[in-house]
Design a protein around this ligand. Structure first.
Ligand code: MEV
Length: 442
């Protein structure tokens, strides 16, 4: 068993590395070199990254790519994407180009409300709790005035607080269920600060409330936290075109393609095993933009998948139909995003990504991110229902395999050319590089 350590966080960066390399890598200098290889020579930039989290020993790079040619509501965008998976950026770019020639994407923000809850246990008469809530609600709002002042000046703030009786689900359980408008901020800090203040005031006022018995005065606050489930912070993205325009690069005719595509979506609507993979493909696009723009992709993931199960069964996020000869493909998803606060002005690459997107408002970013997800799903379904994904995917993966074999530039060029006309399976690539090396050594 490895050794435990106390006071690790207090060690300097190089002492942390020394301890890790001694404890887990048998003092192997190679491990130390790999860690250090990712340090940035710009000391200030490195310090900035060190301070984003705790116990930082190095940086973890992800490729930052760009998918151009996205026409969204009549405006052109090149979309930044941070992702490690090959083919995703290529697929997004391809879908963007395809829809550019067919009127582009339309996107609309349907709502922007976020939610936070104070979870409370109350041991007494629910009616008395209701009358206490009426009495305390204005005090809760008043107590957060210093926190909400700036947000209110910009047009946001607390929209409402409700008392919810959850005792059907759990004995003595109630909630202060609050709704917020946080404008261009993701709002997690704002919401959590308001909630903690609600909790404090709620508990203090309960102790003073004459209508309560001594037992009822002891309301117990379990926790106060925002919800990452935001079904009322919703954006819709859509593409449409006459069925006969669904041509280009498909091995089948447009009508047949449209029918097959719609069946593929319907399968994901009714079959959870397929829906998860279908939605994973959508999240390839969404997470990559969310990450590039410094937003919290775990929050987005959790909220989107909860939304995909809102009717009791996990289902497709996208939908498709043909109506009067027009093919429609669309998606509505919840996205709580920010374009101010958090990493947005702190991380130079995030700042650059937002600049690349013309410094969007949170609503505009919701539209862009949703479009990236829809484009990704279109590209995946187009491949799956026609050629299959492996053909394109393995071509993109080719470089990864060649890099694993430390192929030289010359070897890479030869083999990339070779696989233009051959099926690039993993074993075929391995064989080809071995053959090439044998030949070259002769
Ligand atoms: C791979 O990352 C994503 C796909 O599996 C999505 C899909 O099956 O729809 C291609």
């Amino acid at each position: 068993m490895s050794k435990s350590i106390s006071g690790f966080s207090k060690l300097s960066k190089s002492h942390k590395i020394d301890w890790i390399v001694a404890t887990y890598f048998n003092n192997n200098e190679d491990a130390k070199n790999i860690i250090k290889q990712y340090w940035n020579s710009n000391i200030k930039l490195q310090q900035l990254h060190d301070e984003f989290i705790e116990n930082t020993i190095t940086n973890y790079y992800l490729p930052f790519g760009v998918a151009p040619n996205f026409l969204i509501n009549g405006k052109m965008h090149a979309i930044p994407m941070a992702i490690e998976e090959s083919s995703v950026v290529a697929a997004a770019s391809k879908a963007a180009k395809f829809w550019l020639e067919r009127g582009g994407f339309k996107a609309e923000v349907l709502s922007t409300t976020k939610i936070g809850q104070v979870h409370v246990m109350f041991y007494g008469d629910p009616k008395t709790l209701q009358s206490f809530f009426k009495h305390v609600k204005p005090k809760l709002i008043q107590a957060t005035k210093t926190l909400t002042k700036n947000m209110e000046a910009r047009g946001g703030g607390i929209l409402d607080i409700e008392l919810r009786d959850k005792t059907q689900s759990l004995d003595n359980y109630y909630q202060l269920h609050a709704t917020f408008e946080t404008l261009d901020a993701m709002g997690a800090n704002f919401i959590n600060s308001c909630l903690e203040q609600f909790a404090k005031t709620f508990r203090e006022e309960a102790r003073l409330f004459n209508g309560f018995t001594e037992k009822e005065k002891q309301v117990e606050v379990i926790m106060s936290i925002l919800s990452n489930y935001v079904p009322n912070c919703l954006v819709r993205a859509e593409v449409s075109c006459p069925v006969e325009q669904l041509t280009e690069n498909t091995s089948i005719n447009p009508e047949e393609f449209a029918k097959k595509f719609i069946q593929a979506v319907k399968i994901a609507e009714v079959e959870p095993y397929r829906a998860v993979t279908h939605n994973k493909g959508i999240m390839n696009g969404i997470d990559a933009v969310v990450l590039a723009t410094g937003n919290d992709f775990r929050a987005v993931e959790a909220g989107v998948h909860a939304y995909a199960s809102r009717n009791g069964q996990y289902s497709s996020l996208t939908h498709a139909k043909i109506e009067a000869g027009i093919f429609y493909f669309w998606m509505e998803i919840p996205l709580a995003l920010g374009t101010v606060g958090g990493l947005t002005s702190l991380h130079p690459l995030v700042k650059l990504a937002l600049e690349l997107l013309h410094n969007p408002s949170a609503k505009e970013l919701m539209q862009i991110v949703a479009v990236a997800g829809l484009a990704q799903n279109f590209a995946a379904l187009r491949s799956l229902t026609t050629t299959g994904i492996q053909e394109g995917h393995m071509k993109m993966h080719l470089l990864n395999i060649l890099n694993q074999f430390q192929a030289t530039d010359e070897e890479k060029n030869t083999l990339i050319n070779h696989f233009k006309n051959h099926t690039a399976t993993h074993s075929a690539v391995v064989e080809a590089i071995k053959d090439l090396r044998l030949k070259n050594n002769k």
